[in-house]
Design a protein around this ligand. Structure first.
Ligand code: MGP
Length: 215
């Protein structure tokens, strides 16, 4: 065996051992998620450009890591008391949580604005996250699983009404977009008088517009 082969083999062994360690929690194998996801935090700071205020927190590829992170982070309602204008972003690993990412560029977002509605921000956020990691946006009858059109979600803490956004890679196919919106509403068990609006990311960047769809 040459030196190069020996070092390649030892690198491979190290990689396998690391992967094994990563997927073992207190001696028990961890439960892999269908996809790996990344938590981001947007620290409000008007002095710097938006993109620079985004902080990548952690990738989660296992159920246990999701909960460890979720339980460690301040809940949105807590941010609302101390960190106005902050956001949490939860996106598929590899997709940056911004309009410019190719996975988002032709898509849009469903937006739920809470305003004065008497609903629990934390519960809606948690239902959304669980729906995403649990692949609950798809059902067996789908020709194409609808979860594949979801790139991430966002909770935005704002004085004029907190918001939860569900970002899709698709905006033009109304059947797909509306069905995802309906499933999201059901998942969150929203009161029937609460509406969600869909807008494309182009529209998001250009001030108030009439939403493309509403559910
Ligand atoms: P926002 O957080 O989506 O809405 O975008 P907010 O704060 O509720 O205010 P609104 O009244 O504009 O709806 C706030 C601002 O952050 C935008 O106007 C952009 O300047 C910037 N911004 C937000 N996002 C999600 C992006 C993005 O994906 N790319 C870039 N370049 N800027 C963004």
């Amino acid at each position: 065996m040459t030196d190069t082969t020996a070092s390649t083999t030892s690198n491979q062994e190290e990689k396998v051992n690391n992967e094994r360690e990563l997927s073992i929690d207190n001696g028990n194998p961890k439960s892999p998620l269908e996809f790996s996801w990344t938590f981001w935090y947007l620290k409000p700071d008007k002095r710097i450009v938006w993109e620079k205020s985004l902080i990548k927190l952690i990738d989660v590829a296992f159920v246990e890591d999701f909960w460890a992170t979720y339980n460690h982070l301040a809940l949105p309602s807590r941010l609302a008391t101390a960190k106005i204008n902050s956001d949490y972003y939860f996106f598929r690993t590899g997709i940056r949580p911004m309009w410019e990412d190719p996975a988002n560029a032709n898509g849009g977002r469903w937006l739920l604005t809470l305003g004065n509605f008497d609903v629990k921000l934390d519960d809606l956020w948690q239902e959304t996250l669980l729906g995403m990691i649990g692949d609950c946006f798809s059902n067996d009858a789908d020709q194409r699983p609808l979860s594949r059109f979801i790139t991430g979600c966002v909770v935005s803490i704002r004085v004029r009404g907190h918001k939860i956004g569900l970002w899709l890679s698709e905006a033009q196919d109304g059947t797909i977009v509306r069905e995802i919106g309906r499933r999201w509403k059901t998942m969150m068990n929203l009161p029937s008088n609460m509406r969600i609006q869909f807008e494309t990311h182009n529209e998001s960047g250009s001030g108030p517009q009439k939403p493309m769809y509403e559910e």
